[in-house]
Design a protein around this ligand. Structure first.
Ligand SMILES: Cc1ncc(COP(=O)(O)O)c(C=O)c1O
Length: 353
């Protein structure tokens, strides 16, 4: 048995009991409200963890990129939604190959994207289910109005090679999403079209999804680990953060400064979204502020700490954004009661195409 103390740092650990409780809590919430849950695997990129989500009751998975979907299809996942506009001959060829192995649905927000998929699908003799992406307030991708959602749905419906599956949005917004979806669904039903799936997403809104009656599917990713951002947003507590990066104090150049043995290459350089700049939370020293990163160093301000760490002392950092941290590491270590239980390869790590 290897103890967590024996692990060389910096190292990404996953508290298995916390992660299992996070999986259970989200699935129970969705089950209680009769919402299908389709976890987004971009957070962990590990098929074994998706398997735990599936065993808990998840119906299908979400991937952001085709490369992730290829890894998860290979691992035996049969119902995969790619929540991304897929463009270009190379990707469409891969999409067709993948669609022969698993049921792949995709998002689209323009006639250009739908046209490309339809053309490739016709040539391959396939039909690809398509979700119309709606921008319900985030200002990222998505059609800009319910009427545009209808127009794209009608185009999908009359085009060979694609079938209209429903509507999706990200992130679900308590303000913008309900009126947009209500109007879009009215327009669709007026035109004789049915949105079988109406899918929202995002961990911060998770516990309020049932207040939006139009939504029948939820996609969350971050919830599985949680991070300093979800804590700052009030969605989770620090105790519910399963990803814990174990690091070592390698220098104490001044009374008030500590340096940890990793920086942006270990924890990413993501700032906290809802608070002052701060690059992660140190569990043992909650008053300490990680105020600066370089590639392999994290600068910590200890001025507010009564007790201060010595050189060589290990500390536990809850990163700001766990999904990006996953993408930086080949492996994560599953830990229970301070002992290593499993080592997982982050199989879809780095797959951004
Ligand atoms: C399309 C889509 N759906 C769902 C999610 C999951 O969001 P979260 O990580 O907040 O749970 C994301 C996150 O980036 C996303 O882009």
């Amino acid at each position: 048995m290897t103890s967590i103390e024996d692990l060389e740092t910096p190292v990404v650990t996953i508290d298995l009991a916390v992660m299992e409780a996070n999986i259970r809590k989200m699935q129970d919430y969705c089950d209680r409200h009769d919402i299908r849950f389709r976890p987004h695997i971009k957070t962990h990129k590990i098929p074994e963890i998706a398997e735990l989500q599936r065993a808990a009751g998840a119906r299908g998975i979400t991937c952001q990129k085709l490369g992730e979907a290829e890894v998860f299809a290979e691992a035996g996942f049969e119902d995969i939604f790619i929540s991304y506009n897929l463009i270009g001959t190379a990707k469409l060829k891969r999409l067709m190959e993948l669609s022969r192995k698993a049921r792949i649905s995709v998002a689209a927000d323009s006639a250009a994207v739908v046209g490309g998929i339809a053309e490739a699908a016709q040539a391959a003799g396939l039909e690809i289910p398509v979700m119309v992406e709606c921008d319900t307030g985030a200002g990222r991708t998505g059609v800009q109005s319910p009427r545009q959602a209808l127009e794209l749905a009608l185009l999908i419906d009359r085009t060979t090679g694609v079938s209209f599956q429903g509507l999706m949005t990200f992130p679900t917004s308590m303000e913008g999403t309900p009126p947009f979806l209500a109007e879009a669904l009215d327009l669709l039903s007026g035109a004789g079209l049915t949105a079988h799936i109406v899918s929202g997403g995002g961990t911060p809104q998770s516990w309020r999804v049932h207040e939006i009656p139009q939504i029948n599917e939820h996609r969350a990713g971050t919830y599985v680990y949680n991070d300093s951002n979800t804590v700052a947003a009030g969605t989770a507590t620090l105790e519910e953060c399963a990803m814990r990066v174990r690091m070592t104090v390698v220098s104490r150049p001044t009374e008030d400064r500590a340096i940890l043995d990793g920086g942006s290459k270990t924890l990413s350089a993501e700032r906290l979204l809802w608070k002052d700049p701060q690059y992660g939370t140190i569990l043992e020293y909650p008053e300490a502020v990680i105020y600066h990163y370089s590639e392999e160093h994290a600068n910590v301000d200890l001025a507010a700490c009564g007790r201060k760490p010595a050189v060589g002392e290990p500390v536990t950092v809850i990163p700001n954004h766990c999904c990006v941290v996953s993408n930086l590491h080949d492996q994560v270590i599953g830990v229970r009661d301070g002992q290593v239980e499993v080592v997982w390869n982050v199989k879809a790590r780095g797959l951004v195409r």
